[in-house]
Design a protein around this ligand. Structure first.
Ligand code: PMV
Length: 312
């Protein structure tokens, strides 16, 4: 019997955007995220000596093509790193709107990294290093709460570490304006930014400053400073992307950003955005109802901090 691993998504307060080494997935800058309770992926991996290739089901549907190739490439990597021989049946159930900037790849590859290596009993640091090879943000989904992916300079030292397990007061409210698959992948967008954006160097330089400040603000439990900096950091990331003629903004995205800016005059609520048009709001539990009321015409999901990857 294979066991199922659950890994939760995370949303970065300081974004990972750009790679120093594409093959090893070494980022250009450190990043910092919050793991979310509401969104997760469940995965089981059953090795079978009689198989001639990996078989991948997502939500009970057999997957072929590009999506499967990415999973198989990661399984090949695992087999070669740990001298495993057998192919496997991989079953995943996604409780995340796929590829719409809600980081389904983070929970997917964190769950897969752990599920595929359960018998090896890897520690979290090793799992984080491994998950990084599947998807950069997956390195952070191994841990609960607030997590930092230290940049590192090689495969050995580029992994995430937990920095603050619990800060119960902070919540994220995902505004789901578009569950359709995004126009272009984060991989493509960040590669183009790193290669061509005239703002890329400034982005990298600033994010080193941002991450130190963010760690400090989290320790101080200062929601205003945390939210304000997360918002600025997200805008800086998207500005670097705009400079290569690419964006994830949809009309509804802008509508939400404008509304947050209005609300900000009264209460501490801030936004962040990833590689998709959805917006994630950062606020305190005390303001949850006011914020939900202001966005009653938008589909929202409220989430607290979630746990690290674990066996169900
Ligand atoms: O892990 P990837 O390759 O899906 O990249 C994630 C990039 C962002 O979500 C935009 C930022 C981040 O740090 O999660």
């Amino acid at each position: 019997m294979s066991r199922t691993v659950r890994a939760h998504t995370n949303i970065a307060l300081i974004k990972y955007w750009g790679k120093e080494d594409d093959n090893l997935r070494i980022p250009s800058n450190p990043s910092l995220s919050m793991t979310l309770k509401e969104f997760y992926t469940d995965t089981s991996v059953t090795y079978d000596a009689s198989l001639e290739e990996d078989i991948f089901y997502l939500d009970d549907i057999l997957v072929e093509g590009k999506e499967k190739n990415r999973v198989v490439a990661f399984m090949d990597f695992i087999r070669s790193r740990y001298q495993l021989k057998e192919y496997a049946v991989i079953r995943s159930y996604n409780h995340v709107p796929k590829a719409a900037g809600l980081a389904s790849s983070a929970s997917a590859f964190a769950a897969l990294a752990k599920a595929a290596t359960l018998d090896l009993g890897l520690d979290d640091k090793e799992l984080s290093r491994l998950a990084r090879q599947g998807s950069g943000s997956a390195s952070r989904s191994i841990y609960p709460g607030f997590v930092k992916w230290q940049k590192g300079s090689s495969d050995i030292d580029s992994y995430a570490i937990p920095i603050e397990k619990k800060w119960d007061d902070v919540i994220m409210i995902a505004c789901l304006i578009n569950k359709e698959t995004k126009n272009f992948s984060s991989t493509l967008a960040m590669e183009k930014t790193a290669k061509e954006s005239v703002y890329f160097d400034a982005w990298v330089k600033q994010s080193f400053k941002d991450i130190d400040l963010m760690e400090e603000y989290i320790k101080q439990r200062d929601i205003k400073k945390v939210g304000q900096l997360a918002q600025e950091n997200a805008l800086r990331m998207h500005a670097s992307l705009l400079a290569v003629n690419m964006w994830y903004f949809e009309p509804e995205t802008i509508m939400i950003l404008n509304r947050v800016r209005e609300l900000q005059k009264e209460i501490p609520v801030y936004f962040t955005m990833d590689a998709g048009p959805n917006v994630k709001l950062i606020t305190s539990k005390a303001y949850k109802d006011v914020v939900l009321e202001a966005f009653s015409d938008v589909e929202t999901v409220v989430s607290e901090q979630g746990p690290g990857a674990y066996v169900l």
